[in-house]
Design a protein around this ligand. Structure first.
Ligand code: NDP
Length: 301
């Protein structure tokens, strides 16, 4: 397609996440006054995966900046599964810990499903436990995975009421696509979930007022697939090589093309990415209130 000028509004996830973290910090401070203790997040990292180490470091730093306690547990890559499960059980029983996050992926000898199933559902601030997936599916209060909840916050901030809008979610993973579809359904969107077997994907996407791309394929969604004026949320984080021999991050959407057609679009980086940790902190401060039996006004955060 011919590129002339950019027309879409840029959805600034970095700025939104900053605001959310400031709200979390204010609520964490009032929680401390009301309860006499600090809300706490425990993060478990097994092994030395470089990307995971960066995520865990950022989570710890932002937890402390929000005025909450951060408990980091770094275990060697050859830690036995039974020892990881024992640590999770110890954290389940620790009253100073409101939220538990086990950084994925785990080394191959450890069963991720078993570890997630061991986290107490009421401390499962990542929202991966089947109890929380079930609560989301039936509309009960629980914990929703951070990335899709962050996407929903950006959508509601941009569009207000989503009711009646056609939404297409590309991707059906348990951590992004499926919970995203559930959240949009709960907002009364008409939701289509597309995946690798979907036929005529460009035509399916063209019907959508809201497109959420969570595929993991660089720039797969083309500008010609987007309905004019649609809101595009790009979850993808893909590192590609440039002709100059460097690397750069791109999303699952061809941003340059889509920005000429969409009404609004998230950039990569600076769109969905910064939301994930901010929502994790939000879920943790919500967990602290629930665990301590202190009311938090609906919609306060
Ligand atoms: P998964 O690999 O678990 O899921 C990818 C999904 O995309 C699958 O459902 C797959 O379909 C579908 N898919 C693959 N190829 C195609 C295709 N050609 N057409 C249509 N659908 C296709 O990925 P995740 O959900 O974990 O992550 C998706 C992306 O989001 C990645 O780039 C990841 O890095 C990023 N991400 C970003 C986060 C953030 O903080 N911003 C957090 C989490 C993820 P099928 O089920 O049929 O195989």
């Amino acid at each position: 397609m011919t590129i002339t000028s950019t027309s879409a509004a840029v959805i600034d996830g970095k700025a939104f996440a900053e605001g959310l973290r400031a709200r979390v910090a204010a609520i964490a401070a009032s929680f401390e006054q009301a309860s006499g203790r600090t809300a706490g997040l425990a993060v478990v990292l097994v092994g030395e995966d470089p990307a995971s180490q960066v995520y865990v470091r950022n989570k710890g730093k932002q937890t402390l900046e929000a005025g909450m306690a951060s408990f980091e547990h770094k275990l060697p890559a050859d830690t036995a599964e039974a020892d990881v499960l024992a640590l999770v059980q110890q954290l389940n029983a620790d009253p100073a810990v409101d939220g538990i996050l086990v950084q994925l992926p785990l080394p191959a000898h450890i069963d991720e499903d078993k570890v997630i199933a061991t986290i107490a559902p009421d401390k499962d601030v990542d929202g991966f436990h089947v109890i929380n997936a079930g609560r989301l599916a039936v509309g009960q209060a629980g914990y929703v995975p951070c990335t899709p909840l962050g996407c929903l916050m950006l959508l509601k901030d941009r569009l207000g009421d989503l009711s009646g809008l056609d939404a297409v979610v590309i991707g059906r993973s348990n951590i992004v696509g499926k919970p995203m579809a559930q959240l949009l359904l709960a907002e009364s969107c008409t939701v289509t979930v597309a995946h690798s077997r979907t036929k005529n994907l460009p035509d399916v996407v063209r019907r959508a007022d809201i497109v959420v791309a969570a595929v993991g394929r660089p720039e797969m969604v083309k500008g010609s697939w987007i309905k004019p004026g649609a809101t595009v949320i790009d979850v993808g984080i893909n590192r590609i090589s440039t002709p100059e021999g460097k690397t750069r991050l791109v999303g699952d959407v061809d941003y340059v093309e889509a920005a000429h057609v969409a009404g609004a679009i998230t950039p990569v980086p600076g769109g969905v990415g910064p939301m994930t940790i901010a929502v994790l902190l939000r879920n943790t401060v919500v967990a602290a209130h629930r665990n301590a039996g202190i009311a938090l006004a609906e919609g306060a955060i």
